[in-house]
Design a protein around this ligand. Structure first.
Ligand SMILES: C[S@@+](CC[C@H](N)C(=O)[O-])C[C@H]1O[C@@H](n2cnc3c(N)ncnc32)[C@H](O)[C@@H]1O
Length: 268
């Protein structure tokens, strides 16, 4: 199953190549169909106006990976219902929330606030060069695209010199383990080095969900190839206060292996 929650009708899960266009088409459809359930299931944990980096609950209010954002132009990629952007606005930033999924952005409208919303693909950002001081993404877009370097180059293009790009993704080590919150999720079941995408497809063989794996080394090389310096790589530990499971993320696994990797990058 895709790792965000259970779907009602189960497509076939496989490992096969999936290019850019197919991955993007699958993501748009999947998030449009599943946005209601995602927000219903995770909305309370995310909060309407908190900036949470992942299922561990690391909060930007505490982590401060973006630096001081007051007065800055900030783009959030794969914003979902724009919870993070609402927090950024409350800090005095000027956020723009971008997502591929129309339905996710409708949830942003439902929650409210006056953050500008943009429906677009992270691989083709509809902004002028050097429009933003900071670009951020909490599990948005990066795990789902076939060509992350193309996204990073777009991010670099819209960033001003010295700008910061901070994004979280599933920690690459998770690829090797079954996506289960319990003890069955603690034994290696696949090669960490196998980059073949995880694909769920319908009866016609059309991808309906795609997730792309990169090793830690791949991600570092991608960041550099995209024109960034890697400033920090944060692996949030599972905090004692968090008893909530999120798909395959759980206190049991979170206390043993990392679940999220946050890349803090600066425009080189
Ligand atoms: C796991 S959700 C995260 C949403 C939000 N950041 C949060 O923390 O709740 C991933 C989001 O990325 C968006 N997304 C996936 N592929 C994308 C792409 N190529 N361009 C822009 N957004 C994309 C999805 O529509 C979805 O809203």
């Amino acid at each position: 199953m895709s790792q965000y929650f259970d779907e009602h009708s189960e497509p076939e899960a496989t490992r096969r190549d999936a290019g850019d266009a197919e991955s993007t088409r699958a993501s748009r459809g999947w998030w449009d169909r599943n946005a209601d359930e995602y927000q219903n299931e995770h909305g309370a944990f995310l909060g309407d106006d908190r900036f949470v980096w992942g299922p561990e609950g690391l909060d930007e209010a505490e982590a401060r990976l973006l630096g001081e954002v007051k007065g800055l132009d900030v783009l959030e990629i794969g914003a979902g219902a724009a919870q993070c952007s609402r927090w950024l606005a409350a800090q005095g930033a000027r956020p723009v929330a971008l997502d591929l999924s129309h339905r996710q952005l409708q949830h942003a409208l439902r929650i409210g606030g006056d953050v500008p919303l943009v429906e677009a693909d992270a691989g083709a950002l509809p902004f002028r060069t050097a429009s933003f001081d900071v670009v951020c993404s909490a599990y948005g877009a990066v795990p789902f695209v076939a060509d992350p370097v193309a996204v990073f180059r777009e991010v670099r293009r819209v960033l001003r010199p010295g700008g910061r790009w901070v994004f979280s993704v599933t920690h690459p080590i998770r690829w090797a383990f079954p996506d289960e919150p319990g003890p069955e999720g603690l034994s290696v079941a696949a090669s960490y080095f196998d980059r073949t995408p995880y694909v769920e497809q319908d009866e016609q063989g059309e991808a309906v969900y795609v997730e792309h794996h990169r090793t830690i080394g791949d991600r570092v090389r991608d960041v550099v190839a995209g024109g960034f310096r890697l400033v920090d790589l944060v692996e949030p530990e599972w905090p004692a206060w968090n008893s909530q499971e999120w798909g395959g993320w759980s206190p049991l696994r979170g206390n043993l292996i990392p679940g999220t990797a946050i890349f803090v990058c600066e425009r080189a």
